[in-house]
Design a protein around this ligand. Structure first.
Ligand SMILES: Nc1ncnc2c1ncn2[C@@H]1O[C@H](COP(=O)(O)OP(=O)(O)OP(=O)(O)O)[C@@H](O)[C@H]1O
Ligand SMILES: [Mg+2]
Length: 240
């Protein structure tokens, strides 16, 4: 589904990603761990078409992202991809639900009424429906994090990119949010998720470890007896 080949990225003279090769299949649940500053967010921005690719290639369903115009790329993202960002990107002059429906209003695939109903249903699954009409500034970090998952899901994307979606949550809430991601994955959605937390990473099917802009190892759940323990060992080695 997502094919990443020889991907490198420079910020000026600073090489942040070096020759990354990864294939992600439909229905995969890939987690990425690595020390702060190793290039995780940069990698996610590159493979999701948020940044232009300068070196190497990223293809989604055999369509190279580099060959798309800016408009085509935006359309592809709206239709196929959901994003949960490291820093939440809500507009403070809109209510919670008005923020969540934005990607759907842009896509215009459904009538406004249906979009709002769908958003409301999502808020209910995240147990924050009572906050629908609240001002963004009145909502807690954990609630916002759950709201950002609702927004990522509003267009029913095939693939979800999440950058530390549990970063602002306590451990109980983190695991609840991860159960939600796991359920979404079981429903067939592909997930690529960055985390600093081994427990969080163990909810995936594969864990990739990054260091200095390279993928240096991978642990596959099916191939290990104790997935969490293996992740913890590797994370410790990397000083995460
Ligand atoms: N827009 C930018 N311009 C210049 N350098 C950048 C830019 N964005 C990131 N970098 C640099 O690229 C490197 C990787 O940053 P990135 O944000 O991808 O790391 P990360 O692994 O996501 O870290 P963290 O775990 O702290 O979120 C860092 O050295 C950072 O300073
Ligand atoms: Mg980051």
């Amino acid at each position: 589904m997502l094919s990443i080949q020889h991907l490198s990225k420079f910020f000026g003279k600073n090489q942040v990603l070096t020759d990354i090769n990864v294939t992600v299949h439909k229905g995969d649940f890939v987690t990425i761990m690595g020390p702060s500053g190793c290039g995780k967010t940069t990698f996610l921005y590159q493979i999701s078409g948020l940044d232009r690719i300068e070196h190497g290639d990223v293809s989604l369903n055999n369509q190279s992202l580099s060959q798309l115009s800016d408009n085509q790329l935006s359309q592809l993202r709206l239709e196929n991809m959901g994003f949960v960002f490291q820093k939440n990107q809500f507009l403070s002059n809109l209510s919670l639900i008005d923020n969540i429906v934005l990607p759907a209003l842009q896509l215009k695939k459904e009538a406004k009424k249906e979009i709002y109903q769908h958003a409301y249903d999502l808020l209910e699954t995240m147990a924050i429906a009572d906050l629908a009409d609240m001002d963004i500034r009145q909502v807690s970090g954990g609630q916002l994090q759950r709201a950002s998952i609702c927004r990522a899901l509003i267009n029913q994307p095939d693939i979800i990119f999440a950058d530390e979606p549990t970063g602002a949550l306590n451990s109980q809430m983190s695991l609840e949010v991860m159960s939600i991601f796991q359920k979404l994955n079981q429903e067939g959605r592909t997930i690529i998720l960055i985390t600093h937390d081994s427990h969080v990473a163990s909810y995936g099917k594969r864990c990739l470890f990054m260091k200095d802009g390279q993928i240096i190892s991978e642990i596959i759940k099916e191939e290990t007896e104790d997935f969490l323990l293996n992740i913890e060992h590797e994370a410790k080695k990397l000083g995460i």
